[in-house]
Design a protein around this ligand. Structure first.
Ligand code: COA
Length: 193
């Protein structure tokens, strides 16, 4: 695998303001990011449904609402990040996204866990998923979490390896339904030192 390039996690709800000079650039970059998944036939795991939004305003509203406790979307607070790679002083690329649910509820204990993520198709196998997850584990600690649960389809080798490289210990496999398919859902716990 090529050497991991440095990426930074940003919170869109803090970084992107409707009246800021770079709003149009964000709109363009995020829509370009979203299109790449759609053209690849993917949803965007861990993005609070970015694939549904043709304009970022609605998506920003959604992730802002999800930051609140007891929101009507998922029921627990969620923080969403974009992973940014600076390519030159004037250019940058969104390489991935990751979200953390601040605690589990019965639905997330069965499917979803604390953390979900995606890397854009053209930027996979460069170490970005591992880098994003490591950074979010540090953030999880600041939320007071001592351990986090992650899960994925047992056949999703990329995600399984990502979780294991970040210290995930397998706890159980469950039969689950995900996006209309029956899957074997492998669950892992990561202890946070
Ligand atoms: C799963 C996903 C996030 C991995 O992202 P990534 O940036 O390519 O992962 P990394 O480059 O950090 O790789 C982590 C490990 O997985 C391995 N890996 C990644 N994709 C793989 C694949 N398709 N097949 C086999 N191994 C794979 C890497 O080689 C690396 O292991 P290594 O260091 O031992 O070589 C990405 O494929 C993706 O976005 N998939 C769609 C969304 C998804 O499945 N999200 C997770 C839902 S639980």
């Amino acid at each position: 695998m090529p050497m991991e390039q440095e990426i930074t996690l940003i919170m869109p709800t803090e970084a992107i303001q409707p009246d800021s000079v770079d709003y149009d650039e964000w709109e363009h970059k995020i829509q370009e990011y979203r299109r790449e998944f759609l053209e690849n036939g993917d949803t965007i795991n861990g993005s609070r449904g970015l694939h549904h939004y043709e304009k970022i305003a609605g998506w920003l509203e959604q992730i802002k609402a999800c930051e609140k406790d007891n929101n009507s979307y998922i029921g627990v607070p969620v923080t969403t990040f974009l992973a940014i790679r600076r390519d030159s002083p004037d250019d940058w690329t969104i390489v991935g996204n990751i979200e953390i649910r601040h605690h589990l509820n019965p639905a997330l204990e069965e499917l979803g866990g604390h953390i979900g993520y995606s890397v854009r198709p053209s930027q996979r196998r460069k170490g970005y998923a591992v880098s994003m997850l490591r950074q979010v584990l540090c953030y999880a600690r600041t939320l007071g979490l001592k351990k986090v649960m992650l899960d994925c389809d047992k056949s999703n080798t990329g995600s399984l390896k990502t979780i294991q490289k970040c210290g995930g210990i397998h706890s159980r496999d469950l039969l689950s339904e995900y996006q209309g398919r029956n899957i074997v859902n492998s669950q892992f716990w990561i202890s946070l030192p």
